[in-house]
Ligand binder design. Structure first.
Ligand SMILES: *[C@@H]1O[C@H](CO)[C@@H](O)[C@H](O)[C@H]1NC(C)=O
Ligand SMILES: *[C@@H]1O[C@H](CO)[C@@H](O)[C@H](O)[C@H]1NC(C)=O
Length: 668
């Protein structure tokens, strides 16, 4: 019988082989069997490798079975054992439209003749659309035995599955079939033949047994596109569930690493950090008894002897610290505000209560001064040791910010802190993605389709403005290798990566697959119900640091549109960075009420963050003026935007004068 050649594919299911295809042995062996034992009935076999992942398996199986260029036979190898990661039967069984337990039986029986361990395999077999699927074990030996047990029967089964004319196929009876297949059974009794063939035709009686069936289509389940698949097999619609902005922010905060305390020297670099400890004063402030007025240090007798009278001026207390001589009874010493009281003195008389009587011969210093009052009491006009801050007193609390206003830094300095514990601030790497993106300062003029990279400079400026260190990772091309290399490089060196571009449905979305498949990351969300910024994506990637400790790195993949990137960085990246730097209380941009300077249309479907310029109005309110066309690609709308109106989801035009909520992005 002259049968047309059939198309087979081998799907290797193995995490190890997926990472390193050279480790796979089964693929070559199975191809050889098909070529050698296949009776010349098979085209050269296609081959593919997927990890032990139900969704990945299902997607690839569907690709081979659904659509015009289906294969006749799809053989999988691997993942049929009892190990936890062995998922193949669970992945494949729900995809099978018509099960073929006979093939399963045959394979098991063949292997069982070799080893009782054959029973440790859990194969499934059956037909999906027009493709026969058979799952073989992962061991090359087991796979080989199983395939050899059934291969001769496959052309016939595949023909029928593909809708071949069964009467014609069976016209020679079972003997003819066996002959075509090159098999002959010893056990078979002649008079059973036709019955056998007949029942064989009717084994897919729906009432016979319940086939497990998934209720969602695999392509509806959230996992990133396979970058190796062509554009037609990519999702037309994002498979990620739509989160509200609040849900997305909560998720970001929940996944952001806890703040990490570090010891740092007290200097200007502390600004913007949050304290990780209560800070106690080492030394009292002031550290010595000091005058609070300009005047004369005196000795007020406990017996109430008057200070009134004429006194020689013994010393001038602007001497270098440590060199102040003791005041003797009957002397006074000139003293300036804040200067230390000379030893022996116990009060200060204000200069206003005195008269200069005579100068030294050189006319440079006071010699004799008359004190006009006898009302001065002991300790008068003296600031006591520790009257401002006592030694051991807590002056700053854990969680307090060292602000750029400077007061906290000054306080730390005044109590003699050389080092404090603060929370480390995350370091952020920024990169842009896309083949069309070019450096903004490239000398050559733009070619058709090229776009200057404005997101990287914008995002770097914003992040720096929030007070974080930023590292520039340039532009990654839309090639799996380029993107992965950029990301790996950044992951090694920074805590958080912010990318822009390559997450919208229309774009070649390499980011999600690279994060998930190549870097072992988890995508926590890929869609947010907001305008602009819907495709905003957030992922975590587990890593080991150079000292072997586990660490979690965050990746924010923002949309490529400039307005979307700016808005979503403020809404999602900022709170995460604040959280990881130990900021307490509310995270994110400050929210306030502002008054509209013009009518503003709301979006009836998505909460909109409308870029506005906020200015102080005469009525004491902040006034909001739209920065213009709000389409997410509009670069002009970024100019002078220091606020975001939070517009409700409503079929409504908020009128001029209306008070609405706004987020403050920058200074007013
Ligand atoms: C194959 O089966 C799937 C799932 O039942 C179905 O959606 C698809 O249209 C079928 N394709 C063909 C070519 O029969
Ligand atoms: C603060 O001290 C650290 C560590 O010695 C140093 O790296 C940094 O440059 C200093 N910053 C300033 C502003 O002096």
């Amino acid at each position: 019988m002259d049968l047309p050649r059939l198309q087979a594919a081998i799907l290797i299911i193995s995490d190890t082989a997926f990472r390193d295809p050279s480790t796979d042995k089964a693929g070559d062996i199975l191809s050889d069997i098909i070529a050698i034992d296949g009776n010349d009935q098979w085209e050269s076999t296609k081959r593919d490798i997927v990890p032990d992942d139900v969704f990945a398996i299902q997607r690839t199986v569907s690709q081979y079975c659904d659509g015009e260029d289906y294969v006749n036979l799809l053989i999988t190898t691997g993942g049929t054992g009892f190990a936890v990661k062995d998922n193949t039967p669970e992945a494949v069984a729900p995809l099978i439209h018509r099960h073929a337990p006979g093939l399963v039986h045959g394979m098991l029986q063949a292997s069982l003749e070799v080893t009782p361990f054959a029973l440790m395999s859990r194969p499934v077999a059956g037909v999906r659309n027009k493709t026969l699927i058979v799952t073989l074990p992962g061991s090359p030996k087991g796979a080989k035995e199983n395939l050899q047990a059934i291969l001769r029967l496959m052309p016939h089964a595949c023909q029928q599955a593909a809708g071949g004319d069964s009467r014609k196929l069976h016209s020679g009876g079972i003997e003819k079939l066996e002959e075509d297949a090159g098999v002959r059974s010893n056990k078979r009794q002649k008079h059973h033949h036709d019955d056998h063939v007949h029942s064989h035709d009717h084994t897919h009686d729906h009432g016979a047994h319940v086939v497990p069936k998934a209720h969602t289509r695999p392509e509806d389940r959230p996992i990133s596109n396979d970058p190796r698949a062509g554009p037609t097999s990519r999702y037309r619609e994002s498979p990620y569930p739509m989160l509200s902005v609040e849900e997305a922010v909560s998720l970001v905060l929940a996944k952001s690493p806890a703040p990490e305390a570090i010891h740092v020297p007290v200097n200007g670099s502390l600004v913007g950090h949050f304290l990780a400890e209560d800070v106690e004063a080492n030394d009292p402030v002031p550290a010595y008894r000091a005058s609070i007025v300009d005047g004369y240090a005196v000795i007020v007798s406990e017996t109430g002897l008057s200070t009134k009278g004429v006194f020689p001026v013994a010393s001038v207390s602007h001497a270098a610290p440590g060199e102040i001589s003791t005041l003797q009874r009957g002397q006074i010493a000139r003293i300036t505000t804040g200067a230390p009281l000379p030893p022996g003195a116990n009060a200060v008389v204000m200069v206003e209560d005195t008269v200069l009587r005579s100068m030294t011969d050189d006319g440079q210093e006071e010699k004799v001064v008359e004190i006009l009052t006898d009302q001065v009491k002991a300790d008068e006009n003296i600031r006591e040791v520790g009257s401002d801050i006592k030694a051991g007193e807590v002056v700053l609390r854990k969680g307090d910010e060292i602000t750029a206003v400077g007061g906290e830094l000054g306080l730390l300095a005044s109590i003699g802190k050389a080092e404090v514990m603060v929370y480390r601030k995350p370091v952020i790497g920024v990169l842009s993605t896309g083949d069309e993106i070019v450096m903004h300062d490239r000398a050559r003029p733009l070619q058709l389709g090229e776009v200057r990279d404005c997101n990287r400079p914008t995002l770097m400026a914003a992040i720096k403005g929030w007070g974080f260190q930023v590292v520039d990772y340039g532009i990654a091309k839309d090639k799996p290798g380029s993107l992965e290399e950029h990301l790996r490089n950044a992951l090694r060196n920074v805590d958080v990566i912010v990318t822009s571009g390559g997450v919208s449905m229309g774009e070649l979305d390499l980011l999600k697959p690279t994060l998930e498949r190549s870097l072992g990351g988890t995508i926590h969300f890929g869609r947010v119900n907001m305008k602009p910024g819907k495709p905003t994506t957030f992922a975590t990637v587990p890593l080991k640091t150079s000292d072997g400790n586990p660490a979690t790195k965050l990746v924010f993949s923002l949309p490529g549109n400039p307005a979307s990137a700016l808005v979503t960085s403020h809404l999602f990246v900022l709170p995460s960075l604040q959280h990881s730097s130990g900021k307490q209380g509310r995270h994110g941009l400050p929210r306030m009420k502002v008054q509209l300077e013009e009518d503003v249309r709301c979006d009836p479907k998505r909460p909109e963050y409308h870029r506005v310029s906020l200015t102080y109005g005469f009525n004491g309110l902040l006034h909001a003026t739209s920065t213009g066309g709000q389409r997410s690609s509009k670069v002009m709308s970024l100019r002078r935007a220091n606020g975001l109106l939070c517009l409700p989801v409503k079929e409504w035009t908020a009128p001029k004068g209306e008070i609405v909520d706004a987020l403050l992005m920058g200074g007013v």
